[in-house]
Design a binder for this molecule. Structure first.
Ligand SMILES: Cc1ncc(COP(=O)(O)O)c(C=O)c1O
Ligand SMILES: [Zn+2]
Length: 421
């Protein structure tokens, strides 16, 4: 017996978890499934006070809202407790970025720093829930396509629970992300092609060898894992939802996950309004933005040429639901140039101490544009989600700032280098 169902985001058909493994069996690959929790049953058995008393500072505190069997997320569950990095995913800090906020004329700017997850990105939330489901079902191998972070998350957390992982990443993935995959012991295939090619290849390989496919959007557990970020934001704010939440968009699965989390909190009556979701794309990879601007129902592929590798997506696999997240929340989609992303990376680091990878910096570049044009107001409570740690792509950081000064080990050399008397 399951305490939830899957519903097709396109045709609305419902499926029991053991019937639908990935996307909607009738609509096909791009019809992602939404979890439909039994809210009444959950509300009758689980209160905010009980949640507050749960000592687990991780995503597992939200077990009743996850598409997993109740025993999997119960305290001291053998699948999710005592499982090293897997047990430590989530509950990332939400902190005040006062200095940066003041420089933008914003009174309440908060950063949700998901670069602080065990493998350094937001993707740990998704991979953790997919792996817990894989363990429930007795899967023996999990595979994913990824631009790098989802793969690092699967590889690291898979290592924590001892599940073999097979990874398809584009050959151009940043060195640090590939190093993570190798050090965690995953089987790594560098695909001679784009991220979109890696997605198609992973799908075909999973069909051929019956590996469990974690790929973003296609596996419905990814967005449901990601929704924990929205639940944490609400809980960390004392169940007062923020006014606007900004995040960068590639496949559109993170923004969909945030929407799902706020929907759950609203359905349980734990928050009183839906925040406006703001999606930021790179101008050099604008597929979702195009569809949003044109009022289209669906997303058509476009070029993918941004330096922000994590959002360098030609065909967003969760585009349909991402559009829904934007439209149902009165949200906004905008694009930012690569130059603005590099500039934002150094500005954020220098005003808040946060080192973010280019996809995270893109979100801040969007914030700067919206604050400067007054679309985000001074008195709004704004949350920017930082999705990845800057150490994952130091080459991009090197492009954002100049090289360091070299000096001989003498005072004279320091005097000359710093132009001191
Ligand atoms: C750091 C980072 N930011 C943003 C994104 C975009 O998320 P999505 O592809 O779900 O839109 C990703 C996805 O890989 C990411 O790794
Ligand atoms: Zn369907």
């Amino acid at each position: 017996m399951y305490h939830y169902n899957w519903t097709c985001s396109r045709c609305g058909e419902g499926y029991a978890p053991d019937v639908a493994r990935y996307s909607c069996p009738s609509c096909g690959e791009t019809a992602c499934l939404d979890m439909r929790p039994d809210y009444e049953r959950i509300a009758a058995r689980w209160t905010k006070a009980e949640l507050a008393a749960d000592p687990r500072q991780s995503i597992w505190r939200y077990g009743p809202l996850l598409p997993l069997q109740p025993a999997t997320c119960a305290p001291r569950s053998p699948l999710t407790s005592g499982q090293a990095a897997l047990s430590a995913v989530g509950w990332t800090p939400l902190y005040d970025a006062g200095r940066l906020g003041r420089s933008l004329g914003l009174d309440q700017l908060l950063i949700k720093d998901d670069g602080r997850n065990p493998t350094g990105s937001f993707k740990d939330r998704a991979s953790a829930v997919v792996l817990a489901r894989a363990l429930e079902m007795g899967e023996s191998t999990v595979a994913t396509a990824s631009s790098g972070n989802a793969a690092a998350a699967l590889a690291g957390l898979g290592a924590a629970v001892g599940l073999p992982c097979i990874i398809f990443v584009p050959q151009s993935a940043p060195e640090a992300k590939v190093a993570q995959l190798l050090i965690y012991g995953a089987t790594v295939l560098l695909v001679e092609g784009s991220y979109d090619d890696a997605v198609d290849l992973c799908l075909a390989a999973c069909d051929e060898w019956d590996w469990y496919n974690r790929s973003t959007g296609y596996n419905p557990h990814t967005a449901e894992g990601k929704k924990t970020c929205a639940l944490e934001i609400c809980e960390q704010l004392g169940w007062e939802a923020p006014d606007s939440v900004l995040v960068s968009v590639g496949d559109g699965n993170i923004i969909t996950g945030l929407h799902r989390g706020f929907q759950d909190a609203l359905a349980l009556g734990w928050i009183s309004h839906m925040p406006r979701l703001i999606g930021v794309q790179a101008a050099a990879a604008p597929a979702l933005y195009n569809a949003w601007r044109d009022g289209a129902d669906d997303v058509a592929p476009d070029r993918a040429e941004t330096l922000a590798d994590s959002i360098n997506v030609g065909l967003p696999r969760d585009g349909f639901r991402a559009l829904r997240a934007l439209r149902e929340t009165g949200g906004i989609c905008l694009t930012v140039e690569d130059e603005a992303i590099l500039h934002a990376m150094s500005r954020v680091a220098r005003t808040s101490g946060l080192f973010t990878e280019p996809a995270g910096a893109a979100t801040f570049a969007g914030l700067f544009a919206l604050a400067e044009s007054g679309i985000i107001g001074a008195d709004e409570r704004v949350v920017v989600v930082n999705t990845g740690n800057g150490l994952k792509d130091i080459r991009a950081a090197g492009r954002a700032v100049g090289a360091a000064l070299s000096v001989a080990p003498t005072l004279d050399a320091v005097r000359i280098a710093l132009e001191l008397d």
